[in-house]
Design a binder for this molecule. Structure first.
Ligand code: NAD
Ligand code: LMR
Length: 344
């Protein structure tokens, strides 16, 4: 971003953990692609409230000028600008430090995330081509579903352009962690802000694997095997729970915006040199044998992913879950890697 300006980082209110931090950081430009959508609007509001975000570029194919005008009246220091349609995409992206992508269609009841592949693959591909051209060094947070496939699609586009850095392309799986934290806190009578449940694998059905055995803090009695299986299923189906409750009006938007704002903040804190910033995210790595892409805990830093953290000991149930997801996750990854970008 345009260099020298520095601000005291006061985080958005959604991440109490980071609200205590007062890091001194450089000016940061964050771009939201799909900013007029169900996720894009509340996410943009949360980013406008985050003092680490000095410039906020809102891009969509329609209706984004009003969103930016509306947000620009909030008396925070973040400068907001609207960009509409492909002619303005280059300007939106130029100088970006972080690009967040919630562009694409959401599910309706009865659909799987894979049913979104045909439309969203083309959208993500087009946007990533522009990123490759106009901000090849930016960190990318991909929200558009199916995440298990859209991240490989993005990677393939960047590889083709010769600008791929696997440490900077992240599928956003934070909502799975947010949900797991909430549900576990409810079940165990804990303060949800204290709970941390790593969620690994991917972001669809049985590829979502919460590591309840590694959750902190622990209270006794902890989950029995049967309770752990039930809790796992609730977390895996939480997206569908929202899709059904919205009954045709889309999928999770507000909780997703909250989760994406947390992830963006962690990325920005890492960029600012904050130590010990850890999130689960879906990336390409050789961390887990047999999986080209995998969501797991990473430590974030100035270059994106600084370190892939080990999975740690898994319970027998979690080990079984890891085996069980292999088929589906590999299929999802292959669909993304093999999809012919030129035909989209
Ligand atoms: P939405 O339909 O409300 O908004 C999508 C926005 O994308 C719209 O404003 C639309 O105009 C825009 N868009 C479409 N094509 C575009 C393009 N080429 N360039 C820029 N913008 C474009 O949908 P939503 O509820 O915000 O969901 C968006 C996506 O996020 C869906 O694919 C959904 O499945 C996914 N999602 C992912 C997670 C996750 O955990 N990763 C959670 C919730 C939703
Ligand atoms: C979610 O987990 O809420 C999202 O992936 C949206 C969906 O389709 O479930």
């Amino acid at each position: 971003a345009e260099a020298a300006r520095t601000v005291a980082a006061r985080s958005s209110t959604c991440v109490p953990r980071a609200a205590r931090r007062q890091a001194v950081i450089e000016a940061r430009k964050v771009v939201v692609l799909g900013a007029a959508g169900g996720i894009g609007q509340p996410l943009s509001l949360l980013l406008k409230m985050n003092r680490m975000v000095t410039d906020l570029a809102l891009y969509d194919i329609a209706n984004v000028a009003g969103v930016a005008a509306d947000l620009s009246h909030c008396n925070t220091n973040t400068q907001v600008k609207a960009y509409t349609g492909p002619d303005e995409l280059a300007a939106a992206l130029t100088g970006a430090d972080l690009v967040v992508i919630p562009a694409g269609v959401p599910r309706k009841p009865g659909m799987t995330r894979d049913d979104l592949f045909n439309i969203n693959a083309g959208i993500v591909k087009g946007l990533c081509e522009a990123i490759a051209k106009h901000c090849p060094n930016a960190i990318i947070n991909i929200i558009s579903n199916p995440v298990n496939s859209t991240v490989p699609i993005c990677a393939e586009v960047l590889k083709k352009a010769g600008v791929y850095n696997p440490r900077k392309v992240m599928g956003v799986t934070t909502l799975d962690v947010v949900r797991a934290n909430t549900f576990v806190a409810e079940a165990k009578g804990l303060d949800t802000r204290d709970v941390d449940v790593p969620v690994i694998g991917g972001h669809a059905g049985e590829t979502i694997l919460p590591l309840l055995s590694q959750a902190t803090p622990k209270v006794l009695p902890w989950f029995t095997a049967e309770e752990a299986a039930k809790m796992t299923e609730r977390i895996q189906n939480a997206g569908t729970e929202v899709v059904e409750a919205k009954a045709g009006a889309g999928s999770a938007t507000l909780s997703m915006a909250y989760a994406a704002a947390r992830m963006a903040e962690s990325v920005l804190l890492g960029m600012a040199g904050e130590q010990g910033v850890v999130e689960c995210t879906y990336t390409e790595s050789s961390m887990v044998p047999g999986f080209q892409y995998f969501a797991s805990k990473v430590r974030l830093g100035p270059g994106g992913v600084e370190e892939f953290l080990p999975l740690g000991p898994l319970s027998a149930f979690e080990q079984e879950g890891l085996e069980k997801m292999k088929g589906l996750l590999s299929k999802n990854i292959e669909a993304g890697v093999e999809s012919d970008p030129s035909s989209m």
